[in-house]
Design a protein around this ligand. Structure first.
Ligand code: UD1
Ligand code: CA
Length: 476
């Protein structure tokens, strides 16, 4: 997420606490809730990334349900920038009790931002504004008005409009339930004050839980000002409790990406029909037709056109290339490169290690894996190129394949510049086809071919004149 506001100079260091101990019963899943994904990244990963963009000193993740799995997932993907620590909360006695578990990890000089591992789409900007409202020395609550505030903690204000308390829905009077300003679940609070207030928590309430939200009352009792930073964008504070909410936030997230791409000049046939599950970087004048999915790291050069229904993962598509509909490209760890002005598909498949230089043509039902194809080479129909090195201007016929695997090992096929491979050939690797040579259709090539030669390796045609086909014997 981009941020336009940076941390105000001279304020206290930021420490983030992320509550992620809850069970997520309504997900009806064996996977801990915070490990469910949006844009193919765990909910908790989104929150950690937000913490990173705050330039937080550390993030303390409070785990409980599925703690080991959650902690392992955090470590696996953690960038170097963010100090990551864990605090276990067992059993889970409420949000106040959760944050109590993090206190030994928090230095007194910091300001603590409390986030939830299941609220993935909060923008760093919003948190910077919250921190600015806190000024590093006040409790600041992120709030919003909800048409239906059922279930949320209500912001109770005094006659002067000053925040007095948060009243949880289950503890609220009918009058309080009419309040539509709710606590989002996100606050910024000076660490030293947080420690003092959390020491005073009890669970004398409707849910017999230790409410983090009770610290508002304590601050007011201590004569301190509590500020509210109110936002209108509910998506930023929406939590995931069910598969329906997960899907809703996925759409919201994808809408955000689609709009960002369009702001950068990308032409999307329909912003509601693109999914980006990773990072998509586009140069100018890129156009993307409907129902395309981008995964991992994908970059599209100037003027690239992507046809409908393509799935493209971990690939670099260079300027002017056209990917026709229904093409599947997945570079996995090795990556795929499609050179300038290349034409791919429809119905093509590029696999890891496919390196296509400029103006390569790959047509329908052609699969390319771990192969380089030099400028202007073509495989237009129904073909397989695996572990091959293909020179410039090679024409690779329909139905031809490299037999690269002998059952135990993979071998290379080298096709030098200007070779013409006819249709339906089998090139049994390791084998080298010399520059400018021609291979007759239907050949099975097992030996190297000299440059400039014609090689034919198939049974000679025989025609028997006046041949009468066998006839069925008449029924008895
Ligand atoms: C909380 C707030 C409420 C606010 C709402 C916004 C409290 C008491 N109430 O209510 O004012 O309007 O969020 O969504 O804080 N968690 C733990 N350990 C626990 C309990 C919860 O880690 O013991 C985690 C949950 O996994 C979740 C987060 O804390 O990620 C919030 O807990 P949840 O139970 O959803 O709080 P609410 O009752 O919704
Ligand atoms: Ca909640």
């Amino acid at each position: 997420m981009s941020s336009t506001l940076t941390q105000p100079a001279g304020t206290s260091p930021i420490d983030v606490v992320i509550m992620a101990a809850g069970k997520g019963t309504r997900m009806k899943s064996s996977l801990p809730k915070v490990l469910h994904t949006i844009g193919n990244r765990a909910l908790l990963r989104h929150v950690l990334d937000t913490a990173s963009s705050l330039q937080a000193r550390k993030a303390v993740v409070i785990t409980g349900h599925g703690a080991e799995q959650v902690e392992a997932a955090c470590q696996l993907e953690n960038g170097a920038s963010l100090g990551l620590e864990f605090a276990r909360q067992e059993p889970q006695l409420g949000t106040g009790h959760a944050v109590q578990q993090a206190l030994p990890h928090l230095a007194d000089d910091g300001v603590v931002v409390v986030l939830s591992g299941d609220v993935p789409l909060t923008q760093a900007d919003t948190l910077f504004h919250l921190l600015a409202a806190s000024g590093g020395d006040k409790l600041a609550l992120l709030t919003l008005e909800m048409p239906d505030p059922t279930g949320y903690g209500r912001i109770q204000r005094g006659t002067a409009g000053n925040v007095q308390a948060i009243v949880e829905h289950k503890d609220a009077t009918l009058e309080q339930r009419a309040i539509r300003e709710v606590y989002s679940g996100i606050m910024a609070v000076p660490a030293a004050s947080l420690k003092r207030w959390l020491a005073r928590l009890d669970n004398n309430n409707a849910q017999k839980e230790y409410y983090l939200t009770d610290i508002v009352r304590f601050a007011v009792q201590d004569g301190e000002t509590v500020v509210a930073h109110q936002i209108t964008d509910a998506v930023q504070v929406a939590g995931v409790n069910s598969p329906v909410q997960l899907a809703e936030l996925e759409r919201a997230y994808q809408r955000g990406i689609a709009h960002r791409l369009m702001d950068e000049g990308v032409r999307l046939a329909d912003p509601a029909r693109i999914d980006v599950r990773g990072d998509l970087i586009c140069a100018h004048d890129v156009s993307i037709d409907v129902n395309c999915v981008f995964e991992g790291q994908v970059s599209l050069g100037q003027g690239v056109k992507i046809g409908a229904n393509c799935v493209i993962a971990n690939a670099v598509i260079e300027a002017g290339a056209v990917i026709h509909p229904f093409t599947h490209i997945d570079g996995e760890k090795l990556g795929v490169t499609v050179g300038e002005g290349s034409l791919i598909g429809p119905f093509a498949r590029l696999r890891p290690g496919a390196r296509l230089e400029a103006e390569v043509h790959i047509g329908n039902f052609v699969e390319v894996k771990n192969s380089t194809m030099a400028k202007g080479s073509k495989a237009n129909h129904l073909a397989y190129l695996g572990d091959a090195t293909v020179g410039e201007r090679v024409n690779y016929g329909a139905g031809s394949i490299t037999a690269n695997y002998d059952g135990a090992n993979k071998h290379r096929t080298v096709i030098e510049a200007d070779v013409h491979i006819g249709s339906n050939c089998v090139l049994i690797a390791p084998v080298t086809l010399g520059a400018g040579g021609t291979v007759g259709g239907g050949s099975t090539i097992t030996k190297d071919t000299p440059p400039g030669s014609l090689s034919v390796a198939r049974g000679k045609q025989v025609s028997i004149a006046n041949w009468s086909r066998p006839k069925k014997a008449p029924k008895a």
